[in-house]
Design a protein. Structure first.
Lengths: 166, 182
């Protein structure tokens, strides 16, 4: 059975009503915005519900939109192997309270991906077994992919900004 | 008869008479050292590919007495850093340098090793001279084998002229101290 997007959103809306903030069909896949307080329950539902069965976490990453009220986001991609259905889930949170429940209890693969998201965006995954930096040097004292920090190496003094388009 | 297919090394300055040649110890040691430099290639990216060409038959760094690559820092004379060094890699480069025996030389091959190159970003070391003292910089992105050979010959020049006392000098010790190397 191939599941269509309307069926999935219908299931989610019946179960979570107000927790489903937005539904969007982009050219490639279904995108659902879900409130932070039900995100863990929603992912569990997508994974463990018999008819849905999104048993594979393709990827998980952070994102920062400085112009939004809820600036920081986490994006999950789930995959249903039975018929190659994919779904994208987005959830947003304020910059001063970047805490979200971990999904490592549902998907072991989320372990390193959540560490990476913490490393680059400072999003704290509550309940993560080992939340520390994974790619950047340990002594880095900021979260480099947040937009308020410059991309360039902050320790350089010999580069004249005029010649580098800054 | 065909001309021999090798280059003789010119003797250093000195006094020559039949059955006798006198010169300074510095010059003899320098001559020996500069014609048998064992490089340790630390290749992380495209500059390393150019180095492979440099070592190949066409360019043949072996002509300069450097065909014996040393993959153990203990027996290497010249650390050749070729490629981008991420900040997380920096302690590794420094430790390799520390493990080399004196006298040791360093050559930074390519824009990244010399200055961070195009990677002006939070995760990349902006030149290896932030962690180890560098003797010769080779520009280029990546440099051609000819440029690497030119850089190598500059190192040979330094090695040949180096005083035997240099590594014991106060200035040299201070230089290492400024990098936090004992």
């Amino acid at each position: 059975m191939t599941m269509d997007n309307a069926f999935i959103t219908g299931k989610l809306k019946t179960r979570f009503t107000d927790g489903i903030l937005s539904v969007e069909e982009t050219s490639d896949m279904l995108t659902v915005g879900i409130a932070r307080d039900v995100i863990h329950e929603a992912i569990r539902f997508l994974k463990e519900n018999e008819t849905l069965g999104f048993t594979f976490l393709t990827t998980l990453c952070g994102i920062h939109y400085p112009d939004q009220e809820l600036q920081l986001g986490v994006v999950y991609h789930l995959h249903r192997f039975a018929d190659n259905t994919r779904i994208r889930i987005k959830t947003f949170m304020p910059l001063d309270n970047p805490v979200i429940p971990t999904v490592t209890d549902l998907f072991s693969a989320a372990n390193w991906m959540e560490r990476e998201t913490y490393d680059f965006y400072g999003i704290i995954f509550e309940g993560h077994p080992n939340l520390k930096r994974i790619l950047n040097v340990e002594y880095l004292d900021y979260f480099p992919m947040r937009k308020e920090y410059p991309l360039e190496d902050p320790t350089r003094e010999d580069k004249d900004n005029r010649f580098f388009g800054r | 008869m065909e001309a021999p297919n090798y280059i003789k090394v010119d003797p250093p300055e000195g006094y020559l008479s039949p059955g006798l040649f006198a010169t300074t110890f510095d010059k003899v040691v320098g001559l020996a050292r500069k014609n048998s430099i064992w490089p340790l290639p630390f290749a992380t990216s495209c500059c390393g590919i150019e180095f492979m060409a440099t070592m190949g038959a066409h360019y043949d760094l072996g002509r300069f007495g450097a065909e014996r690559l040393s993959f153990s820092p203990r027996q290497a004379d010249l650390l050749m850093v070729m490629g981008t060094i991420a900040k997380k890699m920096a302690p590794v480069v420094q430790q390799v340098y520390v493990q080399m025996a004196e006298p040791r030389w360093v050559i930074a091959v390519g824009a990244c090793a010399a200055s961070g190159g195009i990677f002006d970003t939070y995760s990349v070391l902006q030149g290896i001279d932030r962690i180890v003292p560098v003797d010769v910089y080779v520009p280029g992105c990546p440099p051609r084998p000819e440029q690497i050979i030119d850089g190598f010959m500059k190192v040979q020049e330094l090695v040949g002229k180096e005083s035997l006392r240099r590594r014991y000098s106060k200035e040299y010790k201070e230089l290492l101290e400024s990098y936090g190397i004992k």
